[in-house]
Design a protein around this ligand. Structure first.
Ligand SMILES: [Zn+2]
Length: 275
């Protein structure tokens, strides 16, 4: 039983500010300790549920936020920037279930702590098959492509709501209720970890019976960008069509190809000067 954990940081209990998510500094040191606690809780729960192999992909910022030796379960740690599958690097068909830990709300949705969708300077809204989505929906394309269910998602209440349409039977853990993009009512970190561990254990026990992400094929991913300049260059990416002044579309029967086009868009627009 192999578990793939894609973890972000903004959706961890105790985190409400960029200073906690950006090195260096004391707030960041506190933030990464909170992150480690939730990732290890997910690992502990997965092991209790019968997982035998854990792969963790650091999906936040420079993607090198943990001390590898601190990870439980002898987990493999995929770290570092510029990964071809980005937040889903390490996914393949050998994975039995996917966990999203510490995820956050989309840039276009209701107030959610530190909300964004991949690059906040570039992306203003994303729709998957016509449904507004955040990073969890986009990343679920890879889970679908590799024939693995999303078995667990953790974050604030908006994150859980936004993932709802795409993985209806996943275990969900709300660790905080966002009040604004910079405020939340939060579980104590120890309580958040207990809930995550219990949900991770249930997720692994249920994994074989869980359905694949509910994304009808061919999948259509519409990405609304901040400027026309960005849409112009994004339209040059393989598999991408510019369908509006600031909107591009990636579409197809292969969810991995749609995701790769999206990653190409994020990379090519990174140098388009922002707003
Ligand atoms: Zn992040």
């Amino acid at each position: 039983m192999k578990i793939f954990i894609s973890f972000d940081m903004e959706g961890v209990a105790g985190i409400v500010d960029w200073s906690q998510c950006t090195a260096p500094g004391q707030p960041y040191e506190e933030g990464r300790a909170l992150l480690l606690g939730e990732v290890n809780a997910a690992i502990d729960g997965a092991l209790a549920g019968g997982a035998t192999q854990i792969v963790c992909n650091d999906s936040h910022g420079k993607m090198n936020n943990l001390n590898p030796a601190d990870l439980h379960g002898r987990a493999t740690y995929i770290a570092g920037r510029h990964k071809p599958l980005y937040m889903m690097e390490g996914m393949d068909e050998s994975v039995d279930a996917v966990f999203f830990v510490g995820y956050h709300g989309s840039i276009s949705g209701e107030s959610s702590v530190l909300s964004h969708t991949y690059n906040p300077s570039v992306v203003s809204k994303v729709e998957l098959n016509g449904i507004e989505c955040g990073e969890s929906g986009i990343n679920a394309l890879v889970a679908l492509g590799c024939r693995a269910p999303v078995a667990l998602i953790t974050g604030d209440q908006q994150t859980i709501t936004q993932g709802g349409p795409f993985f209806k039977d996943a275990e969900r853990v709300v660790v905080k209720d966002s009040i604004t993009r910079f405020a939340a009512s939060q579980l104590h970190p120890f309580d958040a970890r207990e809930k995550i561990a219990a949900a991770a254990e249930r997720a692994v026990r249920r994994a074989a019976a869980l359905t694949l992400p509910g994304i009808a094929l061919p999948a259509t991913l519409d990405v609304h960008l901040q400027t026309a300049d960005m849409a112009q260059v994004a339209g040059w990416v393989k598999g991408v069509e510019r369908i509006g002044t600031r909107t591009i579309r990636a579409e197809g029967d292969d969810p991995l190809a749609v995701f790769r086009s999206f990653v190409g868009v994020t990379y090519i627009t990174r140098v388009a000067e922002g707003r």
